[in-house]
Design a binder for this molecule. Sequence first.
Ligand code: ADP
Ligand code: MG
Length: 370
Amino acid sequence: FTIISLIIAGVAWYWSGDVNRFAQVLVVASPCPLILAAPVAFISGMSRASHRGIIVKGGSTLEQIARADIFAFDKTGTLTTDQVAVDHIDVAKGYTPQIIISIAASVEAISTHVLATSIINYAHQHHIQPAPAHSIREATGGGIFATIDRRRVVVGSLAFLRSNHIKNLPDNIHDQTAVLVAAGGKFIGAIYFTDTVRPGAKTALNTLRHLGVKQTIMLTGDRQATAQHIGRTVGVDKIYSQLSPTGKVDIINQYRSQKHRVAMVGDGINDAPVLATADVGVAMGVIGSTVAGETADAVITSSHIGRIAELRQIAKRTMRVARQSVLTGIVICLALEIIALFGFIPAVIGAILQETIDVLTIFNALRARR
Ligand code: ADP
Ligand code: MG
């Protein structure tokens, strides 16, 4: 733009033999529309998003959301609700559901995982006292270790218990989200949950497809059978199950190395690493400060999964308005420069016209707010 403007101004000077003509062209050539249009459109888009309960941390986030061709979702707490209920409890010989819950509730006290909250609520509702535990330590995306009555307790996924060499693991585990409990190196019980798909999840994924997303994928630490059940219900294109938090990161990196642009939507609890790895990370249902809320580029503060489709829509519109305002500004400037080339625009009038263009550009870019 600058080079073209200088050439037009140079031609005007050379052709008229009047240095004033050079100035007259350059007065209308001020690149304000270029500088103003994009920021105004982005701020407008961010404002519109925040009205819908979506915090967008920067203009480039909207650009990435608009450009992403793959949307990846976490399962537990993202595609499914963050209010998971305990469904039933299986126990090994010599144990009761009360004992299993009392052990699990006690070690889960340190966790912010949706399953932890669910177990603690269940214990509370059934008046089960948590067993006194100490040396509690969480392995993100796998489970928890602790010591109760001098016995080592392991609570978590089947894979997690297996990797901790737990004996007597059952081979007939239901296709439901489960937390398994082991004590003294042996399996003692399993807590099963009813996974409820978030209302509107299927519609949100369909809307994303209509908005140009090529592929939707699901990344989960859960077992394949459970993952497939949820994945089919919401209609994701591809399912990756039994992933550790680093496994999720690897999948995202794989897509990125194939020149895909990936948006990751996570539940904001233990998805911080994947949210940071994706081109753009969106945390769902985050209220207050969590690691994921801080790592994510955008945060959806409500539990409506439909907001992710709205965010894509807002982002696309913002990009369209920004691009269009910049182009309109440039075209008007160039037209005025050509008129000035022929000496029809005195410098003062040119300056006024220039301001008018700026105002028009701002108004045009503000359309991104609607
Ligand atoms: P998703 O990827 O679907 O959100 P996570 O990676 O958070 O699932 O968890 C995968 C599995 O790991 C859970 O289904 C559960 O069995 C186990 N798990 C993770 N964190 C915990 C925890 N704090 N307590 C018990 N089990 C856990
Ligand atoms: Mg999760």
